[in-house]
Design a binder for this molecule. Structure first.
Ligand code: ADP
Length: 190
């Protein structure tokens, strides 16, 4: 089983690369952002609760996203592996994921962290906001808050995987294919 954490700040290209990776390696894509947006759209209780945080660029509480991701793992018993995209975003989430996967005997294989400088991130997100309709991509102050939250709460997740020798830094600047090649090289060396 190949379980990958695709990591990086908002706008780093996780979603784009995840789409290509799931096809090549035959994996199930679990994006907490996508799952939360689907809940929002369906106006579920979970979606209504999450909306309050998402529209400010804050993190949705750990208990909510952890429960959500565990349910999705359990719903895919025949998966050849998963790509976790946008999760874990806090050390508590990383610990919870570790516990669940270890219990199943299918731990994380590698954590791939995409690096892109802040100016480029803001540029990419504002561009995405123009045609995606995502409200959180259309307001520069919300984008800046998401990057701030990333640096404060999410970046420490790197240490969690580094301590387990599973962390690999990937340059996230370049063409989509160049970055895809870098990711595949890292995966194939696991
Ligand atoms: P991006 O990475 O571009 O910010 P995502 O689609 O991954 O976008 O997430 C959008 C929003 O959903 C985040 O700003 C946050 O509010 C919420 N979210 C997504 N994943 C998580 C998570 N693992 N923990 C807490 N909140 C999350």
């Amino acid at each position: 089983m190949l379980n990958i954490v695709l990591f990086g700040p908002p706008g780093a290209g996780k979603g784009t690369q995840a789409e290509k990776l799931i096809e090549k390696y035959n994996l199930v894509h679990l994006s907490t952002g996508d799952i939360l947006r689907a809940e929002l759209k369906a106006e579920t209780e979970l979606g209504k609760e999450a909306k309050k945080f998402m529209e400010k660029g804050e993190l949705v509480p750990d208990s909510v996203v952890i429960g959500m991701i565990v349910a999705k793992i359990d719903a895919n018993p025949n998966a050849k592996g998963f790509i976790f995209d946008g999760f874990p975003r806090t050390t508590a989430q990383a610990e919870a994921l570790d516990e669940v996967l270890n219990k199943k005997g299918t731990p994380i294989s590698i954590m791939l962290a995409l690096f892109v400088d802040d100016d480029e991130l803001i540029k990419r997100l504002l561009l995405r906001g123009k045609d995606s309709g995502r409200a959180d991509d259309q307001d520069q102050s919300i984008i800046e808050n998401r990057i701030k939250v990333y640096n404060k709460d999410t970046a420490p997740v790197i240490d969690f995987y580094d301590d387990k020798n599973k962390y690999k830094a990937i340059d996230g600047v370049g063409s989509i294919d160049e970055i895809f090649f870098r990711l595949c090289e890292a995966i194939d060396s696991v």
